[in-house]
Design a protein around this ligand. Sequence first.
Ligand SMILES: NC(=O)c1ccc[n+]([C@@H]2O[C@H](COP(=O)([O-])OP(=O)(O)OC[C@H]3O[C@@H](n4cnc5c(N)ncnc54)[C@H](O)[C@@H]3O)[C@@H](O)[C@H]2O)c1
Length: 261
Amino acid sequence: MDTMTDKVSIVTGAAGGIGTATAQALAEAGSAVLMVDFDEEALAAARDKVTGDKVDVFTADVTDREQVEAYTRYAVDTWGGLDAVILNAGTFGSSYSLMDYPEELFDRVIAINMKGVWYGLRAAVPHLRERGGGSLVITSSTQGLSGYYGSTPYTASKHAVVGIMRNAAVELATEGIRVNTVHPGLTDTTMMGGLHTDANPEDPQAVMDAFAQAPPMARYAQPREIAELMLFLASPASSYCTGGTFVADGGLLAYHGGPRP
Ligand SMILES: NC(=O)c1ccc[n+]([C@@H]2O[C@H](COP(=O)([O-])OP(=O)(O)OC[C@H]3O[C@@H](n4cnc5c(N)ncnc54)[C@H](O)[C@@H]3O)[C@@H](O)[C@H]2O)c1
């Protein structure tokens, strides 16, 4: 269904698994899509995977406020307005315990996952106002609603964007600008691939197979399964949804993690 006909969307972190799948889903639904990432080479490769005429790329680092304003302006100048922004760029950082986490890396994770989202919202809102409304979708994580091992700044930043989302949703509700978070569980992307390799360089597949047993559905999500939720929240199909935390995790958070029968 062409739920995004004549709409203009931006996806950050678009060179990654979830971002590329989201750009594809939006393009298939009729939207013009600006794919944003700081990895220029990976972004060009991702663009080639997405079918659609009104798809363009912009290389930008979401931690640089001027670059965030530049990608937002570029989408508006190219297609005449803005309707939806998927703030999806993110990093896991690395696995260190609470006590050992390097401060520089801590700050970097917070800068990308939290402050980059704030910059993105601030740049987008004036343009959404000009359209009389729109949708902002932030990629959080199951770690935005619960904790995990060895990833303090990741968990902190993914919780923080829930707070940003709730404040923004409340402040913007009467202007028709909706703001929601998506909380993916284990999803088969480069980000998880890095974690598998870190945990066992000789046999990353064994790590993935073990992790896959964690959610009750006993498998990873494919990026498109997360992208479908992004598309729903970006589109007018979710017209009464704002301030919401939308989980797509194969039942992970529903399960308390105890022994199984
Ligand atoms: N894969 C999972 O299991 C999972 C689970 C929960 C949440 N998430 C979240 O989903 C989002 C997308 O991750 P993914 O799984 O597709 O991983 P990915 O590594 O494939 O994609 C992340 C993308 O973000 C880009 N990026 C990182 N820092 C950036 C910056 N400063 N400026 C611009 N771009 C930057 C990377 O270049 C990369 O292309 C992230 O926010 C991640 O935290 C992923």
